[in-house]
Design a protein around this ligand. Sequence first.
Ligand SMILES: Cc1cc2nc3c(=O)[nH]c(=O)nc-3n(C[C@H](O)[C@H](O)[C@H](O)COP(=O)(O)OP(=O)(O)OC[C@H]3O[C@@H](n4cnc5c(N)ncnc54)[C@H](O)[C@@H]3O)c2cc1C
Length: 400
Amino acid sequence: MDLLFTADELGFRAEVRDFFRAALPAPIRDKCILGQRLTRDELKRWQRILYDKGWATPAWAREWGGTGWSAVKQYIFKEELHMAPAPEPLSFNVNMIGPTLIAFGTEEQKRHFLPKIASLDYWFCQGFSEPGAGSDLAALRTQAVRDGDHYLINGQKLWTSTAHHADWCFLLVRTDPQAKKQRGITYLLMDMKTPGITVRPIITLDGNHETNEMFLENVRVPVTMRLGEQNKGWDYAKYLLGQERGGIARVGVSKMRVQRAKELATRVLSGGRPLADNSGFRARVAALEVELKALEITQMRVISDGERSAGGRADPKSSILKLKGSELQQATAQLLMDVAGYEAMESDTAFLRGASHSHCAGNEWALTTAPNNYFARHVSIVGGSNEIQRNILAKQVLGL
Ligand SMILES: Cc1cc2nc3c(=O)[nH]c(=O)nc-3n(C[C@H](O)[C@H](O)[C@H](O)COP(=O)(O)OP(=O)(O)OC[C@H]3O[C@@H](n4cnc5c(N)ncnc54)[C@H](O)[C@@H]3O)c2cc1C
């Protein structure tokens, strides 16, 4: 395996970087640098720019708007996106429902939904988890009963992130309570304007509103909005979760944070000298950089193996990417908070949500470091918790 990029790949990296420099609106870039949260409109605006360029959905099949880039080029694209830094296209749309629809949707569903999913004209949220059905997702109890050409849905979803922004939701419901639990599940697309849906905010430790609980009371979803066959939803969901794990290492996000921490550390004093000169700080940064390099190489190995076995199932080694990728996202978020020192203790939720000025006494950049560190806790929970990834590694990679 050759781990060096080819001349063509290096040229591609330069092209992507130049495009981001020219096309990324400055207010969005500035908010990303400061660690502020973006609004719905800002996320839509950026995804539209990528869509117009033909770069919103690189991994999709070409006939539905994919770029046809190799896995290495897709990796380079993502890394440049994170380092720009620019927001990722909405994962629910681009990494989850889009590829699932391409694989299992009807022609009519694909034609109607895919362009709007790619452009973010339709914002999708994911209605999988429920109270008592997270890691053990197949235990879900939200029930759908066939009523003529509709399903009548009753139940509760939990942790439905961005449901308050969403136009549509892809959700799993139980259609056969008698069958073995994985067998009686159906996959539906639900218009969020349908009567009977109540979305209530969950404010997380960072003080922000990102996720929700969602109550469904006699919600009527047309049968035409079913994905694939009734009671086969588990198979489609498993396919989707494989897609979700693929992009989750986010090496570029961690690299960008380390770079930012190094730069800020030149401006912060520790014992009267720049923190950047402190030997403990330097050792910590060096250890993180070594781990990041190892993760990057592992990522390239998984990509290279994947290209050799094209069309195969999700590589169980991608669990290493999820595990180490999330640990490093958390370690680098913690690093930035530690660079801020006691200034990280000040809180200003309005500034976190994008207000242009805070009333803080110290450095504004310090204000977002604690909430972002707290929010980073979720990356080892979503997309299959790290304990679950360890189980996969033990069984499927180590054969224990
Ligand atoms: C911020 C945030 C956003 C989210 N967004 C969404 C969303 O948009 N849509 C959606 O559907 N879901 C979403 N989720 C839900 C997420 O997928 C679940 O939280 C996750 O699957 C874990 O489920 P749980 O919370 O029920 O915990 P549990 O499954 O109850 O797990 C509790 C603990 O037990 C461990 N554990 C469980 N089973 C095992 C096992 N077999 N072996 C070893 N350890 C085990 C877990 O690792 C964890 O530490 C979100 C969660 C968070 C925190």
